[in-house]
Design a protein around this ligand. Structure first.
Ligand SMILES: NC(=O)c1ccc[n+]([C@@H]2O[C@H](COP(=O)([O-])OP(=O)(O)OC[C@H]3O[C@@H](n4cnc5c(N)ncnc54)[C@H](OP(=O)(O)O)[C@@H]3O)[C@@H](O)[C@H]2O)c1
Length: 188
C-alpha cells in the first residue's frame, strides 16, 4: 500500500489561535487569499479529516470527510464517515474509507483535538499555515497546551522545518509551508 500523505492546512490569528469561538467559520475573519489556498488544498485531497464542530461550522454534504466524534459513528452520508479515533491509528482511517476512495492524500482541517491526534500519531507530514493580521486575545489554540503564541514557533518548537514563506496581500497576510523533518529524511 502506498504510504498516505497528510497535510495540515490551518489559518491562525497573529497570536496563534485558530478561532475566537467553537462555531465561528474561518471565512468570517480570514482573507480571500487564505480562502483560495484552502480550496486549493481541499480540491487536491482525497479526504478531509475534521472534528464535529468544524464539520458543523461549514457543512458540505457532497464533500469526502472523516469526522471525529465520540458521540456519532458510521457513514452518515455516502462520502462522510464519522468515527471516534481513540485506539485507532492512521492505517485504520485508510482502511475504513478505501472502498469509497483510496486515502492517499489526506487534508487535516482541525480543530484543536484533531491536530493533537495527528501530532501524537506522527502523521502531520506537511503544514500549510496562513497567518492573518488580527489578534483574538482568547480562543482556540492550534494544539492543546501550546505555550508559544507566534504561529510559526508553534510548529518549529514541535520539530517542523520552515521551507517556504510569502506575503499574500497588502494587509499583511502571511503564508508559510513547513515539513516534518523525519518525513523529509525518509524520502518521498
Ligand atoms: N483556522 C482554522 O484553520 C480552523 C481549523 C479548524 C477549525 N476551525 C474553527 O475552530 C472551531 C472548531 O474547533 P474545535 O477545536 O472546537 O472543534 P473540532 O475539533 O472541530 O470539534 C470538536 C469535536 O469534535 C470531536 N472530536 C475532535 N477530536 C476528537 C478526538 N480526538 N476524539 C474524539 N472526538 C473528537 C468531538 O465531538 P463529540 O462532541 O461529538 O465527541 C469534539 O467535541 C470552529 O469555529 C472552526 O471554524 C478553524
Amino acid at each position: 500500500m502506498t504510504r498516505p500523505e497528510f497535510t495540515l492546512t490551518v489559518a491562525t490569528s497573529a497570536d496563534g489561535l485558530i478561532s475566537p469561538t467553537i462555531d465561528t467559520p474561518t471565512h468570517v475573519w480570514a482573507s480571500e487569499e487564505e480562502q483560495a489556498l484552502f480550496f486549493r488544498d481541499v480540491e487536491s485531497a482525497d479526504w478531509a479529516i475534521m472534528g464535529r464542530h468544524t464539520h458543523e461550522a461549514a457543512d458540505k454534504p457532497e464533500r469526502r470527510r472523516i469526522v471525529f466524534s465520540s458521540s456519532v459513528s458510521g457513514w452518515q452520508r455516502p462520502t462522510q464517515l464519522w468515527l471516534d479515533p481513540a485506539g485507532l491509528d492512521v492505517t485504520d482511517l485508510v482502511d475504513r474509507v478505501a472502498n469509497v476512495r483510496p486515502l492517499r492524500r489526506g487534508l487535516i482541517l482541525g480543530g484543536t483535538r484533531v491536530h493533537d491526534w495527528f501530532l501524537a500519531s506522527g502523521a502531520i507530514h506537511k503544514v500549510n499555515l496562513t497567518v492573518e493580521p488580527v489578534c483574538f486575545g482568547s480562543g482556540l489554540p492550534v494544539f492543546t497546551g501550546q505555550q508559544a503564541s507566534d504561529p510559526v514557533e508553534i510548529f518549529v518548537s514541535r520539530g517542523f522545518e520552515l521551507t517556504e514563506e510569502a506575503t499574500l496581500n497588502e494587509k499583511g497576510t502571511r503564508y508559510y509551508e513547513l515539513i516534518a523533518p523525519a518525513h523529509d529524511q525518509e524520502g518521498r
